[in-house]
Design a protein around this ligand. Structure first.
Ligand code: CTP
Length: 403
């Protein structure tokens, strides 16, 4: 699934060392189906060549508004008219200042002023330049004018200093551009998600866990962020990166055991939506050994289990109503080996929740693909087999109408 299919992106490049990452960004945007038209300032050409960008995008690269070899010398109007978005990466301090004042003294600044599409800027500069009152003023003005700033991030800078001003990585920018185009069905809403497996320790080196990869829960977190929500993701042990971390709209709490996940989820249930996607261990170990258990000849240990709390059931017990609707609206997940719909619906009723989502197919765990059956009081609906992110977006769109 390509998330930027049929999108026309004008990719502006201004002068900054981070421009060495822009070819990779262009490639990522195109991989997602976008067509990319590059416009470069004079300074940008000191860092990356128009030939590189032309070869990558397959489109001519515009560098000047004074090019008499182009039949249409109204490129500044034309380019912005046909674009879905103008994205400038990197955006230098100088260009930010210019754009905040509405100056138009080269092709890139002129087409920003002449645009009738959204403008996204990925600033990149030395930390002193970013922190300077003049740049902060530019940033504030631009945001007031409806311009979206992607980053900057903090980290190692080309000048050897460490601090705020580093351009977001190409993957982070591409993900934010994709997010920008998604429907904002959860704007202002708060979403709680449990994801991944839990790990029940037997001793300091051994434990019981399951095959959950966390991919479905993380995809739901990303889709909720894309829809404009604020997300709290409670993750069991898994290596997945936090989705859209640089938006600052996601809090991730890493937990290990079911008990920890339960305590974190129950600490605050002031959410509009709760997705219980985690594969929570039903049983914990009654008395985990403090030291590593040693082999006792041929004899085997007896491990005593205790029941773990049911997170979804306990959150569902705290549901209130707000504007006549359940708050939080709880969505459970079920993976069954037989009679999926029957067992899942029984689970939905037993846990007192309005919706449960059944995972169809044996390859669900760890796969990027999934197929779902969505069950509520009105019946069930099967989705097509698709990427987990695609399904997560579908689910978010559906649930957004319920709250
Ligand atoms: N769940 C939970 N806490 C638990 C067990 C399950 O929050 N201790 C949630 C899961 O995140 C999922 C739903 O309940 O959304 C169903 O999980 P599942 O393991 O299929 O259900 P169980 O209630 O454990 O039933 P069983 O294992 O007997 O099928």
């Amino acid at each position: 699934m390509q998330s930027l299919l049929n999108k026309k992106i004008v990719l502006g490049i201004s002068g900054g060392i981070a421009a060495y990452k822009t070819p990779e960004l262009a490639r990522l945007l195109m991989q997602e189906g976008a067509s990319v038209q590059v416009v470069m300032t004079e300074a940008a050409q000191q860092f990356v060549t128009p030939v590189t960008m032309q070869a990558l995008t397959g489109n001519p690269v515009y560098t000047s508004q004074w090019d008499s070899s182009i039949a249409n010398n109204m490129a500044h109007i034309e380019l912005s008219r046909s674009a879905d978005v103008i994205l400038i990466a990197p955006t230098s301090a100088d260009l930010m200042a210019k754009l905040s004042l509405g100056l138009a003294d080269d092709l890139l600044s002129t087409l920003c002023l002449a645009r009738d599409c959204p403008l996204l800027l990925a600033p990149a500069m030395n930390k002193q330049m970013w922190e300077h009152a003049a740049t902060q003023r530019s940033a504030e003005r631009l945001e007031k004018d409806g311009v979206t700033l992607l980053g900057p991030a903090s980290g190692f800078q080309a000048c050897g200093e460490v601090g705020m001003g580093r351009m977001l990585e190409p993957t982070e920018i591409a993900e934010q551009v994709i997010a920008f185009f998604q429907k904002k069905t959860l704007l202002g809403k708060k979403v709680l998600i449990t994801a991944g497996p839990t790990f029940e320790a037997i001793d300091p080196v051994r434990g019981i866990t399951n095959h959950s990869s966390g991919k479905m829960g993380f995809a739901i977190a990303r889709a909720a962020l894309e829809a404009g929500a604020q997300v709290h993701l409670i993750a069991g042990p898994c290596e997945l990166p936090t989705p859209l971390e640089t938006t600052g709209k996601i809090t991730r709490t890493n937990v290990v055991s079911a008990k920890e996940m339960h305590a974190t989820a129950l600490a605050n249930v002031d959410y509009d939506l709760f997705f219980a996607v985690a594969a929570v261990a039903d049983w914990g170990i009654a008395k985990p050994a403090k030291e590593k258990m040693k082999r006792q000849g041929a004899s085997t240990p007896t491990i005593e289990f205790v029941a773990n709390p049911d997170i979804l059931l306990d959150v569902a017990k705290l549901v209130k109503t707000k504007g006549g609707k359940p708050y939080p609206y709880c969505v459970g997940f079920a993976a069954e080996s037989t009679d999926l719909e029957k067992h899942a619906d029984e689970k939905r009723k037993r846990k007192g929740i309005p919706m449960i989502v059944g995972n169809i197919g044996p390859e669900t765990f760890g796969s990027d693909l999934n197929q779902l059956v969505i069950i509520d009081a009105s019946g069930s609906k099967k989705t097509a087999k698709a990427e987990k992110l695609h399904l997560a977006r579908q689910l978010i769109g559906l649930v957004a109408k319920k709250i």
